[in-house]
Design a protein around this ligand. Structure first.
Ligand code: AHG
Ligand code: MN
Ligand code: MN
Length: 346
């Protein structure tokens, strides 16, 4: 036998047998897989699809929606309505949680249908991010409270990156696996088994145009990286910013790195920039499962108890040793601030 390719359907069936599942998870993943293949096709057609512009509407968070944001959201919702496998959904692009009509499903899907959508018109990678939760007993799937679970409760999470190739990266709490879409057969194929984030890195990602707003621990970290071989780190660092969290996380899974979108003095009134339930939690689950860390700078992201559907959070994730270092910088800055407050009170 020379043919050795494990397709995503085959992988799911093998996992189901190995872990003794009922087949429900396989059905859920098959739904998401078909949805993402459909979105991939729309994204790949680019300008020919006629969906590259603004939709003329804003989402509940006040952000201008692109036509592809709306279309990707519709593709997810239609799947949810038709499949019968899902109890309900919450999306970055929907005002409220949404109950799947006529379904007896026990799972909730939370998603960012198109992440990095500022990159749509310029042919740079975008993606879809998803998180799966169990519907708590006795809770109605249209009731927002069912979705307000800490990230540690995620049953599975993943993303699909629509880049130079389309890849789906998944975790169900047993490591992280990456699948590349083979357009010839229309199937995802296992190409990146057991993905691991290297513990060390010399690459960091942050939107530097926001420097004037940054908290001191982030300023210190970046200042020390920029100082290079003559600075306290004693080595050269490189920087990247794609403005697609999916693409940044994917790079970090492939070769290490640290990604920062801190709560800063500008976004603090909104609680930060990235959304906890649709972006931070699924990515934190994946990064941790691959041996990296994901924190707010002060707290593990997966431990945050959400209070609102569209809640935002500070995000620092990636290579373990760098995320730990940034955590120490936050702790030191907090301790110095507490000391200063004690002195001024005395
Ligand atoms: P979305 O396109 O879903 O609104 O998400 C964009 C997010 C994230 O993907 C990216 O890391 C960040 O916003 C980019 O922010 P800047 O505009 O500050 O670069
Ligand atoms: Mn996003
Ligand atoms: Mn989005």
């Amino acid at each position: 036998m020379t043919y050795r390719r494990i397709t995503l359907p085959l992988f799911l069936v093998q996992e189901q047998r190995r872990l003794g599942g009922s087949g429900v998870f396989t059905a859920l993943m098959t739904d998401i897989c078909t949805t993402c293949k459909t979105i991939s096709n729309e994204v790949n057609r680019g300008a020919m699809a006629g969906t590259m512009g603004y939709a003329g509407s804003r989402n509940v968070q006040g952000e201008e929606q692109k036509e592809l944001d709306v279309l990707a959201n519709d593709i997810f919702l239609y799947m949810i309505e038709q499949s019968g496998n899902w109890a309900g959904v919450a999306s970055e692009e929907l005002d409220n949680a949404y109950m799947a009509r006529g379904s007896d499903g026990r799972y909730l899907l939370l998603f960012d249908p198109l992440d990095g959508s500022s990159n749509i018109g310029v042919n740079v990678a975008v993606g879809s991010i998803f998180s799966i939760l169990r519907l708590p007993d006795g809770v109605d799937p249209s009731d927002e409270r069912g979705y307000l679970q800490p990230g540690v409760k995620q049953v599975a999470a993943g993303y699909t990156i629509y880049g130079s190739s389309t890849m789906m990266v998944l975790t169900s709490g047993h490591g992280v696996n990456g699948f590349t879409l083979d357009h010839n057969i229309g199937v995802f194929v296992l190409t990146h088994p057991n993905m691991r984030v290297p513990e060390d890195t010399t690459e960091y990602a942050i939107n530097s145009s926001r420097e004037r707003y940054w908290p001191e621990p982030i300023r210190r970290y970046v200042r020390e990286c920029v100082a290079g071989p003559d600075g306290p780190r004693g080595k050269r660092f490189n920087t990247r910013w794609i403005a697609s969290m999916v693409a940044e996380v994917h790079r970090i899974l492939m070769r290490g790195g640290v990604f920062m979108y801190p709560t800063d003095s500008d976004n603090a009134p909104r609680g930060g920039h990235l959304r906890l339930l649709y972006e931070a939690n699924p990515m934190a689950f994946i990064i941790e499962q691959a041996g990296g860390l994901a924190t707010t700078g002060r707290q593990r992201i997966l431990d945050i108890m959400p209070e609102r559907l569209h809640q935002r959070t500070s995000v620092v994730l990636g290579s373990k040793n760098e995320v730990e270092r940034i955590g120490r910088y936050y702790a030191e800055a907090d301790a110095a601030e507490a000391d200063a407050a004690d002195i001024s009170a005395a």
